[in-house]
Design a protein around this ligand. Structure first.
Ligand code: OSB
Ligand code: MG
Length: 382
């Protein structure tokens, strides 16, 4: 396999307001600060997006920790790894010495996957082993200021064709909401995501949700737990889905073995990049556990990596990957991501991620940048 030499790695932070604020059990997001990575190599330009948030609320990383680690640890390793770098799959080894910081690692690794696909002239989806031409889409609907507003949102999303509605929930925004939604829409595919808002004292209350026939209950308990989720899962017919708890393939194996969940949400940023995301996908597939692709309020760049990943065969449930216009007045890619009237996104067939980056727009949104260049190769050979 030929090795890849990188000429430069650019870090940028862009600031972008969300079209609609997004509220979860851990807080409200109204605007995103997003770290983008651009890799230049032999005339090609490849991109990755870091999904770390503005605050360490979903995970312990933030856009600032990711920037620091990407700039001082990861990008330098990638620039010096010439002989080892053959594609996205070599990144975990190159980054191995750095513990944690999985979202920072993913941003760089995913840009390398884009580069590898462009070099081979194939789509990122096919490079990853994707088999689907279209992916099934659901939406994640945040906590609203009133139940009536939530009803309006659900109506809009169902009319747009989305195949599954996921409701963010927390104590005080759960059973009454599920009841009202089920009363109006008895047959839709419905799930909920607590982002770790419940504790053992809530087990009896959660057991009462069975009557709402939820497709799954996502991450009800602690963000780092398997054991108590397995106790809860044993009491429930409804499947538990783990998001936050799954950091890698070994976590997936442990969670499946302990029956902490029956479904897994895969976010490539949460597990450290597309290589580990594929490893989690494969481990789940071998054990008959379906997976779906989560979302982290990404721009079109991160979204395009999610679309490619979602084309793998065991992504059999609708994901949280939805249209650009649900998040942004204007996205930073062209064309924007759109969803068909039956709730599907067509997986692009062009080389790489399959969407153009709108560099002019990104330049306007950029508030900070840094460039790391490879040492002159001619000199290093002397
Ligand atoms: O838990 O899935 C989550 C957004 C930010 C942080 C965590 C989560 C989410 C979402 C939104 O649910 C999914 C999306 O539409 O991108
Ligand atoms: Mg979640």
């Amino acid at each position: 396999m030929t090795t890849i030499s990188i000429d430069a790695i650019h870090l940028r932070e862009i600031n972008l307001p969300l079209a609609h604020p997004f509220e979860t059990s851990f807080g409200i997001t109204t605007a995103r600060r997003i770290l983008l990575i651009e890799i230049e190599s032999e005339g090609l330009s490849a991109w990755g997006e870091c999904v770390a948030g503005e605050h360490p609320y979903f995970s312990d990383e933030t856009v600032d920790t990711a920037w620091l680690i990407a700039e001082t640890e990861l990008a330098p390793r990638l620039l010096e790894a010439d002989n080892e770098l053959t594609g996205g799959g070599s990144c975990p080894r190159i980054f191995r010495q750095v513990r944690g910081h999985r979202m920072a690692k993913a941003a760089l690794e995913n840009a390398v996957w884009d580069l590898e696909a462009q070099r081979q002239g194939v789509s990122l989806a096919s490079l990853l082993g994707g088999t689907r031409e279209v992916i099934p889409c659901g939406v994640s609907i945040g906590i609203q200021s009133s139940p009536a507003l939530l009803m309006d949102k659900i109506e809009t999303e169902l009319a747009a064709g989305y195949q599954r509605i996921k409701l963010k929930c927390k104590p005080g925004w759960d059973v009454e909401i599920f009841e009202a939604v089920r009363k109006r829409w008895p047959d839709i595919t419905l799930s909920c995501d607590a982002n770790s808002a419940y504790r053992m004292r809530d087990f009896d209350r959660i057991a009462e949700w069975e009557e709402f026939r939820l497709l799954m209950i996502e991450q009800p308990l602690w963000y780092d737990d398997f054991y108590f989720h397995s106790m809860l899962q044993k009491r429930l017919e409804t499947a538990i889905c783990l998001d936050e708890s799954i950091r890698n393939r070994r976590d997936a194996l442990a969670a499946i073995d302990m029956e902490s969940c029956r479904i897994i949400n895969i976010k490539n940023g949460r597990v450290g990049g597309l290589s580990e995301a594929i490893a989690v996908h494969n481990a789940a597939e071998e054990r008959g556990i379906p997976v779906w692709c989560g979302g982290m309020l990404e721009t079109g760049i991160g979204r395009s990596h999610n679309i490619a990943l979602s084309s793998l065969p065991n992504f059999s449930l609708p994901g949280d990957v939805s249209a650009s216009s649900r998040y942004w007045e204007e996205d930073i890619i062209e064309p924007e991501v759109t969803v068909s009237s039956v709730g599907e996104i067509a997986v692009p067939e062009g080389p790489g991620r399959g969407y153009e980056v709108r560099r002019d727009r990104i330049d306007k949104l950029t508030v900070r940048r840094a460039t790391l260049k490879a040492k002159a190769r001619v000199l290093s050979h002397q």
